[in-house]
Design a protein around this ligand. Structure first.
Ligand code: SF4
Ligand code: ZN
Length: 711
């Protein structure tokens, strides 16, 4: 059936590619055809074009031939849905080229504006883990402008409260600013920009396929299938759209993202793909249904909004009503398993003054005790649950929390207090969240909040004893003396052939799943992504190889990985999905390895930045000499034991040295490397190339130089 929208898609694609052609020609005239082109902080230069065509565009001169080829293939005036989709893809290519021109010669076109433009790989990788574990249930792309500012605000708050990642394009960004809606990547509400900046939603999505899915560049059908199956996104097109935007919308439908609009399309609607819904609330419900996105609705009776959108919110000093801990007042938090008789489910007690008994600027002494009873609860899970307090509190709008135990630090904003927020509400949040997220190990929850100084001190002493006991227990948890390791296949929703093996001494590469986390999660969902792997059939203790692990891996990776060694990055290393905290990479010239992290954007001695390196490591493939890891694996006794351990580390960013801290120094001493070993490891202040750091390593007599050859 012909549809005038199809024709618009063609007109849009034609206009977009003509505009691109003109802009590229202009840029070539100005900077020359050899001028390098590519987005910053990504391993994929022009990601949509790289994904769909396999063309690794390098210079301005590469662009026009691609535009010609693609145009020749797809740009056709047809009157079918298929032709509309093809034309949409042309629009994506054209928009990606136009946008890339803004970044020539290191320019950052959106610096100092409220817009993000291109989203760097590091954001994609950290969002990855939230998407796989369901913290972010889906992605909403909003284009255009809502009928009124108030409606725009209500729509976005609705999406935020559901935890969706929201990408914004066009006038809605200004509408939200006027309505004081919190916008920014830290709120999972990303203001991409206007018009062709919509392509940054597409190149974000395509990188998921490249980075996590191991879909090959140029495998157009593979990328389309990956998007349809694994990226739960949809588009809300608000207000009248021009031909170019309509064309872009057809590209979205081609990827399986339904487009919902508030414009009456009548019989122009295309069922399941391009539909009208004028009621914004119903629009969200319908979009979620169309993408089969299930939202766990948890209604907590507190006066602030709760959702992952607020996890990254910072509360400045000037906006703070009171703070607790952080060296400013005595504070601690504790989750403790109690007997059935020692708990009253749902009870919240504040021992000492409530929040309204304090003045603005006060430093409140604060003890937070969460008592838990559950038939399947184990003392070992206390720490796992306790670390969740950080997330649960941060989900509250106007609440800020860092660290844990008795080094915790919290702020409550003036805005939250003005809305009526009280300490008691912290209890409500924690009770609801613990019950909701740990249903099978948590039957009853009671919260006691201490604000009376002497009570805080007394309870703090008790908490210290519990921490000490827990630490002693942790030291006995080694790979040798547990019966089973755990798998984690959570990331398979994005990286279908990836499987982590998590052991007491090797955390999952995302850094978020420890052996105890995996064990607890197995209790909660026995058929879920964390399965026990008994350590049957030991093949080699030094490199951490077991028959049972290999059998499991073979099955879990659909046969793509046959064997893994837990303690080696050279032989049969574990695969990497894409959300690793750090990457190990061999530096043959120094007979050792370097480590870089997601936080470190600079160059490294292997000649690649984190993003570029990450592009070669992910996707669930084994790549000897390169491996994604959780940062704390560096402090483990089992750290690449088979390859020589810590003595192999020749370079890491300074920030990682700081993160690893005293535990790392203690480990160096244990390894016989001495406390000063960390200063024998080069960092970016010494150099970021092999040539720069080799003299340093030689001068410091770095042990790796004298070790058995790695290769
Ligand atoms: Fe993904 Fe591995 Fe982390 Fe599990 S442990 S969430 S599979 S990275
Ligand atoms: Zn992952």
């Amino acid at each position: 059936m012909s549809n005038p929208l199809f024709k618009l898609s063609y007109e849009g694609a034609l206009a977009a590619s003509n505009a691109a052609r003109g802009a590229i020609q202009g840029a070539i005239d100005q900077f020359g055809a050899d001028c390098p082109v590519g987005y910053p902080e990504t391993a994929y230069r022009l990601p949509s074009i790289f994904a769909l065509t396999g063309n690794d565009v390098k210079t301005l001169g590469d662009l026009l031939p691609i535009l010609d080829t693609v145009g020749g293939l797809f740009l056709k005036e047809g009157d079918t849905l298929e032709s509309a989709m093809h034309n949409g893809v042309v629009t994506v290519y054209a928009a990606e080229m136009i946008e890339a021109l803004g970044y020539l010669n290191g320019a950052m076109p959106f610096a100092g504006t409220p817009y993000t433009g291109f989203i760097p790989d590091s954001v994609l990788r950290s969002a990855g883990i939230a998407l796989v574990d369901g913290t972010i249930p889906g992605v909403a792309v909003l284009v255009g402008q809502a009928r009124t500012g108030a409606e725009a605000a209500a729509l976005v708050r609705d999406l935020q409260s559901k935890g969706l990642l929201i990408l914004l394009v066009d006038g809605i960004i200004e509408q939200l600013a006027q309505e004081n809606v919190k916008v920014g990547p830290e709120y999972l509400t990303v203001p991409l920009g206007h018009f062709t900046q919509i392509v940054h939603a597409a190149n974000f999505a395509f990188r998921a396929g490249l980075a996590f899915g191991n879909v090959k560049p140029g495998d157009l059908a593979g990328h389309v299938a990956y998007q349809q199956k694994r990226v739960p996104a949809f588009v809300l097109a608000l207000g009248e759209q021009d031909a170019i935007r309509i064309s872009a919308a057809f590209a979205c439908t081609c990827l399986g993202y339904p487009v919902l609009t508030d414009v009456e399309l009548g019989e122009l609607q295309i069922p399941d793909l391009f539909v009208t819904e004028t009621d914004y609330h119903k629009m969200v419900v319908k979009a979620l249904e169309m993408r089969s996105i299930k939202i766990k609705i948890l209604d907590i009776d507190v006066p602030v909004t709760i959702g992952p959108a607020f996890e990254g919110e910072t509360i400045r000093k000037a906006d703070t009503f009171v703070e607790m801990g952080g060296g400013r007042s005595e504070a601690f938090e504790l989750v403790q398993m109690v007997d059935e008789g020692a708990i009253e489910d749902g009870r919240i007690t504040v021992v000492g003054p409530e929040l309204d008994g304090f003045q603005e600027g006060d430093k409140v002494p604060f003890g937070l005790v969460v008592k838990i009873y559950g038939r399947k609860m184990q003392e070992d899970f206390e720490g796992v649950l306790e670390r969740r307090i950080h997330y649960f509190v941060n989900y509250g709008e106007g609440l800020w929390h860092v660290a844990q135990r008795d080094i915790n630090w919290m702020r409550i904003s003036k805005e939250a207090v003005a809305k009526g927020f009280r300490f008691e509400h912290l209890g409500r949040i924690l009770i609801a969240k613990f019950k909701n997220e740990f249903p099978s190990i948590v039957d009853r929850v009671e919260v006691v909040l201490y604000t009376d100084p002497s009570e805080v001190s007394a309870q703090h002493e008790k908490a210290k004893a519990v921490y000490a006991k827990r630490d002693a227990r942790m030291r006995t948890l080694t790979d040798e003396n547990v019966e089973a390791l755990y798998s984690c296949t959570l990331c398979q929703s994005f990286a279908p052939n990836h499987c982590c093996v998590v052991s007491p001494e090797r955390v999952g590469l995302c850094g978020a799943v420890s052996w105890l986390d995996a064990k607890a999660s197995h209790e909660i969902t026995p058929t879920g992504p964390n399965q026990p792997i008994p350590k049957d059939g030991e093949l080699d203790a030094a490199s951490g190889r077991w028959e049972a692990v290999n059998d499991f891996i073979k099955r879990a990776t659909n046969g793509s990985v046959e064997e893994v060694a837990l303690y080696s990055f050279m032989q049969m290393p574990m695969t990497s999905c894409g959300c690793f905290e750090a990457i190990l990479a061999i530096v043959p010239e120094a007979n050792g390895l370097m480590v870089t992290t997601r936080e470190h954007t600079g160059q490294t001695p292997c000649g690649m930045s984190f993003s570029t390196l990450a592009g070669t490591v992910g996707g669930g493939v084994q790549s000897p000499g390169f491996m994604g890891v959780g940062r704390s694996y560096l402090n483990s006794k089992k750290f690449i034991k088979a390859d020589g351990g810590l003595a192999r580390v020749i370079w890491m960013p300074k920030s990682l040295k700081d993160f690893l801290g005293d535990d790392f120094k203690a480990r160096c001493v244990e390894e016989g490397l001495g406390e000063g070993f960390v200063d024998q490891i080069a960092d970016e202040t010494i150099g970021t190339t092999v040539e720069e750091i080799l003299p340093f390593l030689e001068e410091k007599k770095h042990p790796a130089l004298a070790m058995e050859a790695l290769l």
